[in-house]
Write a protein of this length. Structure first.
Length: 454
């Protein structure tokens, strides 16, 4: 253990997907034995890590503006004779390592998502020289991560799979995160049990392409995600299971059936990107819009109350008004509970970046606004429809106001309630009284149990 005198401050800022959030926690775990304690603010930090995202141009730009903003911290400490380590991690580091070192000469370390288990050695080096580590090592970073880590709390993430072999033509992930890799089922089950022993009640299984999971099972066969969920479902004390993010192509029957299990939450984020078959083909998604409709129908059959969210890209190269209308129609057909939607952003090195038929930004903006208006209407209608229902809510954090707690409904909505702090980390029945654009509020049900409204 580090003594007080050796305590150092570590500031980590994270962009991008849940996988990056997860990785930031693990970096903190690795650095803790070296005396680094996570600080909320960058002032007086001994080390600053920016864990970056490369998915869209805007996400990437933020790295350089933040580096510029944080630089005075480094300069000020240097005057006092203290070296503050600046590190850029994550997917921008992986994709643009050398460019970062060139453009921001004060950055000491640049390392990709597959290499941060080597952080202690990198730090030793960086106190002398600058470091770039963007290898794709043969062995997995999971083998080297400390098995003991801080409890992530009552609702926690568990990484089961990394990387992506799908190569959608717009996407950087296969290049920044590398090839698909699945952990073994045994390893995951043991970690899930340890998390539950530490107080976790809800586990979200995580992966860039989580339902492409194909890990070695304890019986010698290869397990898919459906089978893994069945095994995790057996863990006493675990109450809720979710997984993210999936691809429609990997929704096999075993996984669809797993949705009938009571601990699997009736909510699925299943990105479709477009409703036009022509655009889906140009995106290399390898599914059609009808294939997506069929999967949704099967899931609704397996689990009556399931609701969906998705990701959409508008104005992909070559998207006509008719293609866009196909997307709008798919949205009307499915009726989503919540969604993310983005304007297409050309990413260097991806096949789509060289495609003809770029859509003018004015048209892209206008289509995005139309799609978002429809998606917002659906989300609002879904939330309003919950008024009067009694939903079990896992109150995992304080709300925005005094005396308020906040948590997630089974349908992944944020729910706010006035509640005694001792109810934090509990699953409580909440009678929904208000449905807002992006959240719900309600009252804790006391006394006899009220059944959920149909
Ligand atoms: N693995 C997930 C999502 C990864 S990225 C999947 O397969 O769906 C999250 C979302 O960002 C994507 O679903 C997509 O909608 C969006 N996205 C990815 N690349 C993009 C780009 N070049 N331009 C705009 N949006 C993009
Ligand atoms: Fe990107 Fe497609 Fe892989 Fe998702 S499935 S991470 S969108 S390449
Ligand atoms: Fe972004 Fe990398 Fe995740 S590009 S979305 S942080 S995998």
């Amino acid at each position: 253990m580090a003594t007080n005198a050796e305590k150092k401050k570590l500031y980590i800022k994270t962009w991008g997907c849940q996988m990056n959030v997860y990785d930031s926690h693990r970096m903190a775990d690795i650095l803790r034995p070296l005396g680094y304690e996570v600080a909320e603010e960058p002032d007086n930090a001994d080390m600053v890590i920016l864990n970056t995202c490369h998915i869209r141009e805007k996400a990437t730009d933020k790295v350089f503006s933040d580096l510029g903003r944080l630089r005075p911290i480094k300069d000020k400490s240097a005057k006092d004779g203290k070296k503050v380590l600046f590190a850029v991690a994550g997917c921008v580091a992986q994709a643009e390592g050398d460019f970062i070192l060139e453009r921001a000469p004060y950055v000491d370390m640049v390392f990709g998502p597959q290499t941060y288990h080597a952080l202690p050695e990198m730090i030793i080096k960086a106190t002398g020289e600058r470091v770039v580590n963007t290898d794709f090592p043969v062995d997995s970073k999971f083998d080297k991560l400390p098995s003991e880590h801080d409890s992530q709390g009552v609702a926690a993430y568990l990484s089961i799979q990394e990387g992506c072999d799908k190569f959608c033509t717009f996407c950087v992930v296969p290049y920044t995160r590398g090839a698909e890799y699945s952990r073994t089922a045994q390893e995951i089950i043991e970690e899930a049990k340890a998390m539950v022993d530490n107080g976790t009640k809800e586990i979200t299984l995580l992966g860039q392409n989580v339902n492409a999971f194909h890990g070695d099972g304890p019986d010698g066969s290869t397990w898919g995600l459906g089978k893994l969920i069945e095994a995790i479902h057996e863990i006493d004390g675990l109450e809720r299971i979710r997984y993210s993010t999936s691809h429609p192509r990997d929704m096999d029957d075993e996984l669809i059936e797993a949705h009938a299990l009571p601990k699997v939450m009736p909510f699925l984020h299943l990105p479709v990107q477009s409703g036009s078959d022509k655009i889906l083909e140009a995106m290399n998604r390898k599914h059609t819009s009808d294939h997506y409709r069929e999967i949704i129908a099967k899931l609704r059959k397996a689990r009556k109350d399931i609701v969906f969210s998705s990701d959409f890209i508008v104005a992909f190269p070559g998207e006509t008004e008719a293609d866009f209308e196909d997307t709008m129609q798919l949205v009307r057909d499915i009726d989503f509970a919540s969604c993310y939607s983005f304007k297409y952003s050309a990413r260097p090195g991806t096949p789509a970046a060289n495609m003809q038929g770029l859509i003018h930004d004015k048209i892209a903006t206008e289509r995005l606004a139309r799609l978002q208006a429809l998606l917002n209407d659906q989300q609002k209608a879904f939330n309003e429809n919950c008024i009067g229902m009694t939903l079990p809510v896992l109150l995992d954090r304080k709300g925005k106001r005094d005396g308020q707690l906040q948590g997630r409904s089974p349908f992944n909505q944020s729910v706010y309630v006035q509640a005694n702090e001792r109810l934090k980390d509990q699953i409580v029945d909440v009678k929904i009284t208000h449905g807002f654009d992006k959240s719900l509020s309600g009252e804790i049900v006391t006394g006899e149990t009220v059944l959920a409204a149909e």
